[in-house]
Write a protein that binds this ligand. Structure first.
Ligand code: NAP
Length: 250
């Protein structure tokens, strides 16, 4: 069972958006699914293998173990030396108020959403650059476009990630690796249960975001908002002058 020529790594593959993205990718690529819940990973891998008749390998990935990330990338390339690219999906949204009171929670928010992305992407980028080809798509967030009192710790990590990816894209332009930043707005997933109304027209399904991600990879987009209208919502939010913005309860 191996009907495709190349492999894509999906990190944080038990996430609702990642799972939907893996389904979209499986029509063109074999997959390496990485996450910390190995039982769930195996179930997802089996489901995709049966549906798409592609090769799916699973790896354990713990975001809070940055020292192990270079070895994780080495293992991925050892098992599949035909890696075409990766989609980085893991993330963690705390209760902002709790994170303000609890430094461990605040640090975890920064580590999972920012530091761990850098520690896994740097060795991955190096590997892809050795072949001067490939892509890295990373899920950031509209929350990183402007700091708000209701989620500025998560937003700061995602904002830092977006800036990091800008620089990485600039580096990759000269070394042959394409870097795409994904900025979802509200998505109905496990992360937002009780926070968003899944029936609201502003709230996307994981499948809609997955289709936007895979279309963006194929078209080699630099930055995508998902759904598309968030680009314009965030344009307005970013343009509000700071003296006014700081008075708002957002
Ligand atoms: N949902 C939204 O509205 C929204 C909006 C903008 C951006 N995003 C971003 O989209 C991405 C996917 O999130 P989602 O909405 O699909 O939420 P989700 O279903 O809750 O997925 C979160 C994923 O992150 C993984 N994760 C968390 N901490 C980890 C750790 N220490 N080590 C390894 N994996 C860890 C989780 O693994 P377990 O399954 O093991 O817990 C899970 O796979 C995230 O980067 C999120 O920040 C989401």
């Amino acid at each position: 069972m191996n009907k495709h020529a190349e492999t894509v790594i999906v990190v944080g593959a038990t996430s609702d958006i990642a799972r939907a993205t893996a389904m979209e990718l499986a029509s063109q690529w074999n997959l390496i699914l990485a996450g910390r819940n190995t039982e769930e990973l195996e179930a997802i891998a089996h489901d995709i293998q049966v549906r798409f008749e592609c090769e799916v390998t699973t790896f354990c990935f713990e975001a809070m173990d940055p020292d192990g990330h270079a070895a994780f990338i080495d293992d991925c390339f050892r098992v599949n030396d035909d890696v075409a690219g990766a989609v980085i999906c893991h993330g963690f949204l705390p209760e902002q108020i709790q994170a303000q009171r609890d430094w461990d929670l605040a640090r975890r928010t920064l580590d999972v959403n920012f530091t761990s992305c850098v520690s896994v992407i740097e060795p991955l980028m190096k590997r892809l650059e050795e072949r001067a080809q490939g892509f890295i798509a990373v899920i950031s967030s509209v929350a990183g476009d402007r700091g708000r009192q209701s989620n500025y710790l998560y937003g700061a990590a995602k904002g830092g990630l977006s800036i990091y990816l800008q620089g990485l894209r600039n580096r990759g332009r000269h070394s042959g690796v394409h870097v795409m930043t994904v900025k979802p707005g509200f998505v109905a997933t496990a992360m937002t249960v009780g926070l968003v109304n899944p029936n609201s027209p502003l709230v996307a399904t994981p499948q809609q975001v997955a289709r936007d991600i895979v279309r963006g990879i194929r078209k080699r987009k630099n930055v995508i908002y998902s759904r598309w209208f968030w680009r314009y919502i965030m344009l307005i939010i970013r343009s509000i002058p700071e003296p006014i913005f700081k008075r708002l309860r957002l």
